[in-house]
Design a protein around this ligand. Structure first.
Ligand code: C5P
Length: 317
């Protein structure tokens, strides 16, 4: 008997919608005291980088939302019922389109569990793609409201570009940046748990000693001026110390980037990815080559920032 045909990949199915969503780094991640709801007030500057996941949403029967994940680290992504993109599509359907269904296919380009909001980006992509697939045409504000209930980083990944974030990261003020910055990212084979890093932050900082968070002076001016040296000096991450306590190996990675000549070095978000700012594209290539040489076993990427969300061509019905 002939084997049943495997379903066509979502990307080639008629009527499918494809979205490219970039990962992010936090140029500043200033953390305030723990709130009663367990979250921390933040003053942060998010910026998208040119490492992206690609999500394709294809038509599926009413009430059915499925997912397939491919690419590096796909085996580290949790079960479908815990997948943030599936939860996003189900939330969108429950709120606006109860008869809708979708098959989601995710090609990972953003390191998994790397502190670069890969899971949040997939959730944002699912909202954007299913909104189009189901013909909803919702305003961005409506998608942002749903995004905020899914996770603190989901609203930013829905917008991309550059933005100042307050609250737990969901209150956003977009920032126009006309300059391109060149970064080198070094990922880690093992992930780091965001809640564990925030818990360690609390242990290091008794609540009444933590001031209200503020974006560092000079950071937005350096972005506006396109000045990588000034930006490198203004970078700040309050989660770096707790992340380094949990992962002391990251200190060697940071030191390697600084001695390779990077003009800024930091842990990205809650880690373990480390981000190094270069003066220009050629400098980034040189810093990356030195780091790849000195840090065998780690993956090194050259990226530009800010990056934006894209809707590449998808299957036409
Ligand atoms: O919002 P999200 O689900 O991404 O947050 C994951 C965890 O990170 C939270 O459960 C919380 O422990 C921590 N977190 C926090 N303060 C924030 C954002 C996240 O304490 N502003």
């Amino acid at each position: 008997m002939a084997e049943p045909l495997a379903p066509a990949p979502a990307a080639s199915r008629p009527g499918s919608v494809r979205v490219r969503v970039p990962g992010k780094i936090n140029l500043a991640l200033c953390v305030g005291p723990r709130r009663d709801d367990g979250f921390h007030d933040l003053a942060t500057v998010f910026q998208s980088v040119s490492l992206a996941d690609e999500l394709t949403a294809a038509p599926a029967p009413a009430g059915v939302v499925t997912v397939a994940v491919h690419g590096p680290g796909a085996d580290l992504v949790g079960a479908p019922e815990d997948n943030l993109a599936v939860r996003a599509a189900r939330l969108l359907a429950a709120t606006y389109a109860p008869q809708a269904g979708a098959h989601l296919e995710i090609a990972k380009g953003i390191p998994v569990a790397g502190g670069m909001a890969g899971g949040s980006a997939d959730a944002a992509a699912a909202l954007l793609a299913c909104d189009r697939l189901w013909g909803l045409g919702l305003p961005t504000e409506a998608l942002l409201d749903l995004a905020a209930t899914l996770g603190s980083d989901v609203p930013f990944t829905l917008l991309g570009g550059t933005a100042v974030g307050h609250g737990r990261g969901e209150r956003l003020a977009p920032v126009e940046v006309d300059h391109t910055f060149h970064w080198v990212l070094v990922t880690s084979p093992d992930g780091l748990s965001t809640p564990a890093v925030f818990r360690r932050f609390d242990e290091l900082h008794p609540p009444d000693t933590v001031p209200a968070p503020v974006v560092p002076d000079g950071l937005l001016a350096a972005l506006a001026a396109g000045d990588p040296v000034a930006l490198g000096a203004a970078l700040r991450n309050d989660l770096a110390a707790p992340a380094l306590e949990l992962r002391p190996d990251l200190a060697d990675v940071l030191a390697a980037g600084t001695s390779a000549g990077a003009v800024g070095a930091m842990v990205s978000g809650s880690g373990p990815t480390c981000a190094f700012l270069a003066r220009d594209a050629a400098h980034a290539t040189g810093v990356a080559a030195t780091l790849q040489d000195r840090l065998p076993g780690r993956t090194v990427y050259v990226v530009v920032a800010p990056a934006s969300i894209g809707f590449p061509h998808a299957g036409r019905g």
